[in-house]
Design a protein around this ligand. Structure first.
Ligand SMILES: [Zn+2]
Ligand SMILES: [Zn+2]
Length: 318
């Protein structure tokens, strides 16, 4: 399975601004030694050695994940603003301009998970077909609600792509183009669903964002531990710091510490911190990553769990 992150931000798309770019340049220049600038190759090497908060950005687009099976079939989790850029990339493949099937999984329909749908190039090709999968039975109506003529120049029904809707009852495994997919409801305002993808080699990828795991949920964690058990990759909602998570009960999100505890208990191999708060700049994201790694070292120094923070462009092969 191949996984690529096109949108990692929570709640609202968050563009990087001029002063933040200036700060990155100032830091990069301040840390450089004359030897780092001797040749283009040395400059490249130096830039590569810098933390992501200086050499780049975690990204500002909202939730969108691309998943491909071994046959290169395209699966998408959520259509946040990151979907627009993925559309530009996919349109470079001939089949996206001449007719292909796309499978889109909808976790829930908060704005940050659907705003890219009307900006996805392949949906304007009549020979393409999209299969929407969701554990919400009314997902078709929900997607129609977002585009009345007062809110968008064309309606969802007018999108030229052929549309099919598939209901996924929670907890039931469905075979979908070479992958086995199932869902689990998670605590979030209006409910959201986590989706689990398993391939024929038993490699497992779980997407679990917009999910509040707090001390209440921990009381009844066993069904979740079973669901997450032995996952190769678990993408988890870590919008808040540990202290914020106590102030924001019922806001529908979790902390990196909670995610780490659950991943350790479930023997997850790789945990990806996801759904970054729009108020966090890249520097804070680096700090959050270091904090999560330290927490893991403290709680389970010998456990094999790896932790990484999601950024736009992150690619994982399992
Ligand atoms: Zn969200
Ligand atoms: Zn949400």
């Amino acid at each position: 399975m191949y996984i690529k992150f096109w949108g990692v931000r929570g709640s609202i798309a968050t563009a990087i601004v001029k002063d933040e770019v200036k700060m990155k340049l100032e830091k990069a220049l301040a840390y450089a030694s004359p030897a780092d600038l001797l040749s283009p190759e040395k400059v490249d090497e130096y830039i590569e050695s810098l933390p992501l908060s200086i050499k780049g950005t975690f990204g500002g687009n909202t939730t969108c994940i691309e998943v491909r099976n071994k046959n290169n079939d395209v699966f998408i989790i959520d259509g946040g603003t990151g979907l627009a850029r993925f559309g530009h990339q996919l349109m470079l493949e001939e089949r996206a301009r001449t007719g292909m099937d796309i499978r889109m999984f909808v976790t829930h329909t908060h704005w940050d998970h659907i705003q890219g749908i009307m900006f996805f190039g392949p949906f304007y090709i009549p020979d393409n077909k999209v299969h929407f999968y969701s554990s919400f039975q009314d997902v078709k109506d929900r997607l129609r609600y977002q585009t009345p003529p007062t809110h968008f120049p064309i309606t969802f029904e007018d999108l030229p792509v052929q549309k099919e809707f598939h209901y996924m009852p929670e907890g039931v495994e469905m075979a979908i183009d070479g992958l086995t997919v199932s869902s689990k409801a998670v605590r979030h305002p209006g409910t959201a669903y986590s989706y689990k993808f398993k391939d024929k080699y038993n490699k497992t990828f779980i997407f679990c964002s917009d999910a509040e795991f707090n001390l209440d949920v921990i009381q009844d964690i066993i069904p979740f531990i079973e669901y997450f058990k032995d996952a190769d990759v678990l993408v988890f909602d870590t919008q808040y710091t540990f202290s914020e998570s106590f102030q924001k009960i019922d806001w529908g999100h979790s902390s990196a510490q909670m995610a780490t505890d659950i991943a350790i208990k479930s023997n997850v191999k790789k945990l990806i911190l996801f759904h970054h708060d729009p108020s966090y700049n890249d520097e804070k994201m680096d700090a959050m990553t270091i904090q999560a790694l330290k927490y893991k070292e403290l709680m389970a120094p010998t456990h094999f769990l790896e932790i990484e923070t999601a950024y736009e462009g992150l690619e994982i092969n399992i």
